[in-house]
Write a protein that binds this ligand. Structure first.
Ligand code: EPU
Length: 423
C-alpha cells in the first residue's frame, strides 16, 4: 500500500505550474460521446479520475489515443449505446455525465450509481428532474436508467439546488434536443462555462453559462474539434495555502486569478501576501496569521473543495476561527485526522470552531477523501518532523504529480510502499 512520507518544517519557495481542471475535464470527456466525432482535448490533468473517464469512454467503443502527456484524441463515432462499464462507472462521481451525453445521442443510457468522495448524501434528484422535464423516463431501481422514444424537447427547468453535476448533465442532454431549454438557478462554476464553451466550439448554441440562467437552443448535430481545458482552481488554491502554511513564497503559474478570488480574499484578510498577475499568483507569508470566518458557498463563493485545506491554515492562525460548510452535508471527517496532529477543532453542526495552535505535530494519518488528503499534506509540510499519510489513492484521483511539484519547491516528500509480502 502506497503512503506519503513528509518531513515538514521547510518553507516552500519557487514556482508551481497548475494543470487542467479535473472537474471541467470530466464532463468534457463524456461530452465527446454526444459530439459523435473526433475531438482533441488538450490540458487534461494526469490524475487517476481522468484515466478512469478515458477508460470508460474507450470501453464504450471510442478510439482513445494519447498524443502527449496532456493531450488525447477521442473518436466517439464507434461508441455503442448501452455499453457503460459499470465496474468503472461505480468508482467515480463524474461518470454520471454519461447519462446526459448518451441520452442526447442515443435517447437512452444506463449506468451505475456513481461513487466519489464520501461527503454525505449526494443525491441526483436534480439531474433526474432535468431529464424528466426534457421528456425522458428515469428509473433508479438497478443503477440509473434513462430512456425516451421521442426526441427530447426543450423546456424551462428550475434547479432547487445550484448543482454543478445537474447543470452539466442537463446541458449535455439539451444541446441536441428540439427547441430551447432554459436552466434557471444554474450552477455558475468556471467548469460550467468550460463545458458550454467546449460544446459551443462543437456547434452547440448555449448562452448565459456562468450566470443563473443558461439558455440552450438545441441544434441538429455537433462536430469535433480541438479544445484546451481551463486550469484547476482547486489545485491552485491548494498550493496557495501550502505557501502560506509553510511561511513560504510560491509563484503559482497557469491560473486564472479571477477564479481564485474567494481564496485570495480570505488569505489577504488573514495577513498573507497575494500578488496577482495575468496568469499567475504569488503567495507569501511570514507566518503571522490572523483568525478568520469562512463560509463555503456555490461559486463565486468560497469553494467547498477548499474547506479542508483552508482549515489547516485556520489552525495555524491566532485565536478562534470559524469555518462553515454550506454546500456538502458532511465535509468535516478529516478534522479527526488533523486533531491527531494537534489541531484544536470542535464541530458544531455545519461549523468547525478552530482554536489556533503554534504548530502541527507529526503523526500517522489518513487521507479520508481527495481534498482532505491535500489538507493532510499541507499540515504535514508545516509540521517539524515526519508525517506518514495513508490512503493516498484519494489524492492521486485529483492532484497531478503532487510529489514532483512539491519536491521542486523544496518539500521533503516521497512515496513509500510498506507492503509486507510473505515468502
Ligand atoms: N445536490 C442535490 N441534488 C442533486 C445534486 C446535488 O441535492 O441532484 C446537492 C448535493 O447533495 C450537494 C450540493 O447539491 O449538497 C452540491 O452538489 P453538486 O451537484 O454541485 O456537486 P457534484 O456535482 O456532486 C461536483 C464536484 C465536487 C465538488 C462539487 C461542488 C465533480 C465530479 N465533483 O460534485 O468535487 O465538491 O461539485 O463544487 O465535478 C472534488 O473534486 O473533490 C469534489 C468533491
Amino acid at each position: 500500500m502506497e503512503k506519503l512520507c513528509i518531513s515538514g518544517g521547510k518553507p516552500l519557495t519557487g514556482t508551481v505550474t497548475i494543470g487542467g481542471m479535473k472537474n471541467a475535464a470530466l464532463p468534457i470527456i463524456f461530452a465527446t460521446i454526444l459530439v459523435n466525432d473526433v475531438c482533441i482535448l488538450e490540458n487534461l490533468p494526469e490524475v487517476s479520475d481522468i484515466y478512469s473517464a478515458l477508460e470508460i469512454v474507450r470501453r464504450m467503443g471510442a478510439g482513445v489515443e494519447k498524443i502527449d502527456r496532456f493531450t488525447y484524441r477521442i473518436d466517439t463515432r464507434t461508441v455503442r449505446s448501452n455499453s457503460v462499464p459499470l465496474d468503472l462507472a461505480r468508482i467515480m462521481r463524474g461518470s454520471y455525465y454519461v447519462l446526459g451525453a448518451e441520452l442526447g445521442r442515443f435517447g437512452r443510457s444506463h449506468t451505475a450509481i456513481p461513487g466519489g468522495c464520501n461527503l454525505g448524501a449526494r443525491p441526483i434528484d436534480q439531474h433526474i428532474k432535468g431529464f424528466e422535464a426534457l421528456g425522458a423516463t428515469v428509473n433508479c431501481t438497478n443503477g440509473i436508467s434513462c430512456y425516451t422514444d421521442k426526441p427530447l424537447e426543450g423546456t424551462s427547468i428550475y434547479l432547487d439546488v445550484a448543482s454543478v453535476g445537474a447543470t452539466c448533465n442537463i446541458m449535455l442532454a439539451a444541446a441536441t434536443a428540439k427547441g430551447m431549454t432554459i436552466i434557471e438557478n444554474a450552477a455558475r462554476e468556471p467548469h460550467i462555462v468550460d463545458l458550454a464553451n467546449f460544446l459551443n466550439s462543437c456547434g452547440a448554441d448555449i448562452t448565459g453559462a456562468g450566470t443563473e440562467d443558461i439558455k440552450i437552443r438545441g441544434v441538429e448535430s455537433l462536430h469535433g474539434g480541438t479544445y484546451a481545458i481551463i486550469p484547476d482552481m482547486i489545485e491552485a488554491g491548494t498550493y496557495m495555502i501550502a505557501a502560506a502554511a509553510t511561511k513560504g513564497d510560491l509563484t503559482i503559474n497557469n491560473v486564472i486569478p479571477r477564479h481564485l478570488e474567494a481564496t485570495t480574499r480570505k488569505l489577504l484578510e488573514m495577513g498573507v501576501e497575494v500578488e496577482e498577475g495575468g496568469d499567475y499568483v504569488r503567495v507569501s507569508s511570514d507566518g503571522n496569521l490572523k483568525r478568520a470566518r469562512v463560509k463555503t458557498d456555490f461559486y463565486p463563493g468560497f469553494p467547498t473543495d477548499m474547506n479542508p485545506q483552508f482549515c489547516v491554515l485556520l489552525c495555524l492562525a491566532e485565536g478562534e476561527s470559524r469555518l462553515t460548510e454550506s454546500v456538502m452535508d458532511s465535509r468535516f471527517k478529516y478534522t479527526d485526522e488533523l486533531i491527531r496532529m494537534g489541531a484544536d477543532i470542535t464541530i458544531q453542526g455545519r461549523d468547525a470552531i478552530v482554536q489556533g495552535i503554534d504548530s502541527f505535530r507529526p503523526a500517522n494519518v489518513r487521507a479520508v477523501d481527495l481534498r482532505a488528503g491535500a489538507a493532510m499534506v499541507i499540515a504535514a509540510l508545516s509540521a517539524d518532523g515526519t508525517t506518514v499519510i495513508d490512503d493516498i489513492y484519494h489524492i492521486q484521483r485529483g492532484y497531478e504529480d503532487m510529489v514532483g511539484k512539491l519536491r521542486a519547491v523544496g518539500a521533503d516528500i516521497k512515496i513509500i510502499n510498506d507492503d509486507i509480502r510473505a515468502n
